[in-house]
Design a protein around this ligand. Structure first.
Ligand code: SF4
Length: 698
């Protein structure tokens, strides 16, 4: 009875990019339990285990409740905010005076509300004079972003979730929505068109097990497969000729380039049969509404951008774009990856603008009433260059906000060593126990989702509300309040005098997007977002569409390049950077292992319920044939070694992986001790999905 709710409010979930809406049941103004919102257009009354447990992860003894200053190895002392922010300012200013303003950098996130991301980006770059800052979206979405920008002229995932229910052919590539985006998968299950579901994945994932066709390719042969499919479609004349002619450029060059991708070659490189390849091409041709959906299997690759573009090319050449049930669709991972992509002031200037464009700089300066010379005229280094910059002694101070690179960054041992070389590391997080916080000189305690106000943008570009439904513990403050305080201590508060509340920032964001593809100037305010069940961008002031209508992009066949055409971009596949060899004969695949844990488990491990749904001990999936050859039995503790590290894990013997391949979930702290720091040349996204390892019996 003590917790019987007496009121209810609603807000978007704070874990994945699906953006489900949750009813938060309140008792005396405090959130006490959660149920999924039935009438919200995203989740239609459903939520995965993480959503149901969204409030319980906030109550944890690991919460950072006061600023902490490192006194000696493994010893931090609590201090008040004044002491902490004086130290923050003194240390970072000191470093900048000695080594230049670009010697301090920041690493941010796809998990904060958009208004906070915008504030952080503006404060760090315009207020504090930093040049380099990147987000953890580099780890998940960068390849899709670059692919869309190059192909369409703007980072614009074209789909709406209705497409999951309306396609008659759905192709999932390196994606396992069954557990990674379970509510999107539920939308697929509601599809009444008896769709063909094709899964392209080296692993027999939960999604692959439910597909009508599983193409279990050799790791990283996806680019070859899609060029081969394009070649078959061209040879057979199965093309949307009119669309190609009127709305694309580069088709002739693309067709000439892929001439050599014969079925024989594709068969050899992918390990698929001729029949399977031809059947796949036929399914794409015969589908009336074909959609391609990808996630990390494509993006986290040394050739992620070109692989994403090979899917974009397939959609363009078959006319599967701009219509219901179609599209080359990258599904975002984090709850606010899309907010980060457009408003974090890292790779783009605020609002999807360009740091290198003088007109864009003037527009942003004018809108925000800041001197234009405060806006950098160069792009930031991407994440891995910032890490390398520390190693090279160019970055001496780092501010890490709401992310955990000491767990999640590739080749983890190296990155931990590098973090220890900094003169000063600040970690701003809701927990003081993250792997990264263990390296920090100063920890700033932050409020979490549910303890602050703002908006998220989900994978289908829908802006939804985040609300304060419970008090942050101890002295923890919202990131917004922390940034405001830092502006005061730094001495640049005047620049941010208009940034009084998250909603004020939202109003500025609206102005910033005017005339951009992501224009949201027509959204009145937070109340309008709530009333409508979230609003998808674009929503310019001139918008005449009803809010119930789906906002699918490119319905008019017009893309964002100056000539209005989409570009077909391609290049030769590159060799796997670390192929299996005599010493390290296995390929390591990594990825999500469950619907019940989130990324590095920082939050989700704090729920008793979620912990029970997933093994606490690290495990490795191994094919029965390999297990038998190595005399490994189920649940044996075994070693997995790469050139970079050795970990111990429990054997899970399963047909899910092919012989010669193993799979370890990314949720465990040890996984990235093995991975190899290799990056896509265009997006700088780390290639987490394949490196050479060996497996040893304990
Ligand atoms: Fe939250 Fe994603 Fe689960 Fe929906 S699917 S409840 S957004 S974690």
């Amino acid at each position: 009875e003590k917790n019987t709710p007496d009121a209810m409010t609603q807000m978007v979930c704070g874990f994945c990019g699906t953006g489900c809406n949750l009813n938060i049941h309140l008792k005396d103004g405090e959130g006490v339990c959660v149920t999924p919102t039935t009438e919200y257009p995203v989740n239609l009354g459903m939520a995965c285990p993480k959503g149901w447990e969204a409030l319980s992860v906030l109550k944890s003894p690991d919460r950072a409740i006061s600023p902490l200053i490192k006194k000696s190895h493994n010893h931090w002392e609590p201090v008040d905010w004044d002491t902490a922010l004086n130290l923050f300012t003194r240390k970072f200013k000191g470093i900048q005076q000695q080594y230049g303003t670009d010697s301090v950098a920041f690493l941010s996130t796809g998990q904060m509300v958009t208004e906070e991301m915008a504030f952080l980006g503006a404060l760090a770059k315009f207020g504090m004079g930093m040049l380099h800052g990147d987000g953890n979206t580099r780890q998940c979405m960068a390849s899709a972003v670059t692919a869309y920008k190059q192909s369409f002229g703007f980072d614009a995932p074209p789909f709406t979730y209705q497409d999951l229910e309306e396609s008659d052919v759905l192709v999932f590539i390196g994606a396992n929505p069954c557990i990674a985006h379970p509510i999107m998968w539920e939308r697929v299950m509601r599809n009444s068109h008896e769709p063909e579901i094709v899964v392209v994945d080296p692993r027999k994932t939960e999604t692959a097990m439910q597909a009508t066709q599983h193409l279990q390719i050799y790791p990283k042969s996806d680019l070859t497969l899609f060029y081969g499919i394009a070649h078959i479609l061209i040879q057979r004349g199965h093309l949307a000729e009119e669309f190609i002619q009127n709305h694309t450029e580069g088709f002739e060059e693309f067709a000439a380039h892929i001439k050599d991708y014969t079925i024989e070659r594709v068969t050899n490189e992918t390990g698929l049969s001729r029949t399977a390849i031809e059947h796949f091409a036929e399914i794409i041709h015969s589908g009336k509404r074909v959609s391609f959906w990808w996630t990390m299997g494509v993006n986290q690759s040394y050739q992620g951008v070109r692989t994403a573009q090979s899917l974009i090319n397939l959609a363009l050449m078959t006319g599967n774009i701009g219509r219901t049930g179609t599209g080359p669709n990258s599904i975002t991972g984090q709850c606010n990856a899309m907010g980060s992509r457009l408003f974090s002031n890292t790779t783009n200037l605020l609002g999807g603008h360009d740091f290198l464009n003088a007109e864009h700089r003037s527009k942003v300066a004018e809108t925000l009433s800041i001197p234009v010379d405060r806006i950098p005229t160069q792009n930031s280094w991407p994440y891995h260059k910032i890490i390398e910059g520390i190693l090279a002694g160019k970055i001496k101070g780092l501010w890490v906000i709401c992310t955990n690179p000491a767990h999640s960054w590739i080749n983890q041992r190296q990155v931990r060593d590098i973090l220890d070389r900094l003169d000063f590391l600040v970690v701003q997080d809701m927990y003081h126990t993250t792997e990264t916080a263990r390296h920090a000189n100063l920890v700033l305690p932050a409020a979490a989702w549910g303890e602050k106000e703002g908006t998220f943008i989900n994978a289908e570009r829908r802006i939804s509300r985040v609300k304060r439904v419970t008090r942050a513990p101890g002295q923890a403050l919202s990131d917004f309040s922390i940034f405001k305080l830092i502006a005061q201590y730094w001495g640049c508060a005047d620049m941010f005098s208009q940034w009084k509340s998250p909603e004020d920032v939202f109003q500025m964001m609206k102005q910033l997007t005017k005339g951009q593809p992501c224009d949201i100037s027509g959204i009145k305010d937070y109340a309008a977002i709530e009333e409508q069940g979230g609003i998808q961008w674009p929503f310019p002031e001139s918008d005449t569409k009803s809010l119930e209508q789906q906002r699918r992009l490119f319905e008019d066949g017009q893309f964002y390049h100056q000539n209005g055409r989409a570009k077909m971009i391609f290049s030769e596949p590159t060799k796997m950077p670390e192929a299996p060899n005599e010493q390290y004969p296995f390929i390591l695949l990594t990825g999500r292992g469950t619907a019940s844990q989130w990324h590095t488990q920082t939050r989700t491990k704090n729920s008793d319920v979620l912990r029970k749904l997933y093994p606490a001990r690290i495990y490795v999936e191994l094919n029965p044939q390999d297990a038998s050859e190595l005399s490994i039995k189920p649940n044996d503790w075994i070693f997995v070694e790469s050139q970079r590290g050795r970990i111990k894990a429990q054997a899970f013997i399963t047909q899910s992986v092919q012989p010669g391949q193993i799979f370890i979930p990314m949720h465990y702290e040890q996984t990235n001790q093995l991975t190899d720091a290799v990056f896509d040349p265009y997006s700088s996204q780390p290639s987490y999905k394949c490196c050479a390892v060996r497996v040893l019996k304990n």
